[in-house]
Write a protein that binds this ligand. Structure first.
Ligand code: SAH
Ligand code: DHB
Ligand code: MG
Length: 218
């Protein structure tokens, strides 16, 4: 199995089930033009986030890690007209690109990009959120999960991107801060009685990776 094959299958299915989308395509183009890293969720992953949010009928969404707002657009599109999404971003330049992309997508009225280190901005938020998508700096994932648990309620969903990153996460001797952050996240999910979770491995346009899906139960 190769990256080439994963790309082909991802492209085949996104061609059928996502297709061309002016606002999303423009968001990626503007992000590239501004020199942002090409690490947004893939089209099929973004669609999954959108479908989960719609399935849950979510009205309030929190995202940690905005980049150019590609995943933000997918999530915000799931909201009803009076729904609200707050997304947290450290880099002012990323936030500026994201705001323009959200405005172009017609989502400025229900989205807010807050600039700062998420561990500084999270304490200023008021919950509860129905869905939290964590996708920022991986070493801080344990802290982000703790805040997500505080800012949610039973029935809320917490999704964390990039929990596999090539598989290094299964090596207990790995000392990469991103791997340590992910392993501590997994330990917290396992130990916390108010949440039930799984970790799903994925392959696709973004290589071999995975996401955590957690349901707040209490
Ligand atoms: N969710 C986006 C991708 C996010 S990439 C998408 O799929 O489209 C990760 C983002 O987290 C980057 O923009 C990076 O600047 C931001 N980030 C890194 N450290 C952060 C921190 N401490 N607080 C908030 N955002 C941070
Ligand atoms: C990186 C970050 C991400 O959120 C992602 O989905 C892929 C890669 C990175 O920092 O390299
Ligand atoms: Mg990610």
């Amino acid at each position: 199995m190769t990256q080439e094959l994963w790309d082909a299958v991802d492209g085949y299915y996104s061609g059928l089930l996502v297709g061309e989308d002016a606002a999303l395509d423009a968001a990626l183009e503007a992000s590239d033009a501004a020199g942002l890293p090409q690490i947004a969720v893939s089209p099929n992953q973004g669609k999954l986030l959108n479908l989960i949010a719609r399935t849950r009928g979510v009205r309030r969404i929190l995202e940690v890690g905005t980049l150019g707002g590609y995943s933000t657009i997918w999530l915000a599109r799931a909201l009803p007209a009076d729904g609200r999404l707050i997304t947290l971003e450290y880099e002012p330049k990323h936030a500026e690109v994201a705001r323009a992309n959200l405005a172009r997508a017609g989502l400025a009225d229900r989205t807010e990009v807050r600039v700062g280190a998420a561990l500084d901005t999270l304490p200023t938020l008021e919950g509860p959120f129905d869905l939290v998508f964590i996708d920022a700096d991986k070493p801080n994932n344990p802290g982000y999960l703790r805040w997500a648990l505080r800012l949610t309620r039973p029935g809320s969903v917490i999704i964390v991107d990039n929990v596999v990153r090539g598989g290094r996460v299964a090596d207990p001797d790995n000392t990469d801060p991103a791997v340590l952050g992910t392993r501590e996240l997994a330990d917290l999910l396992a130990a916390e009685p108010t949440v039930d979770a799984t970790m799903i491995q994925t392959v696709g346009a973004k290589g071999y990776d995975g996401f955590a899906y957690a349901l707040v139960t209490g």
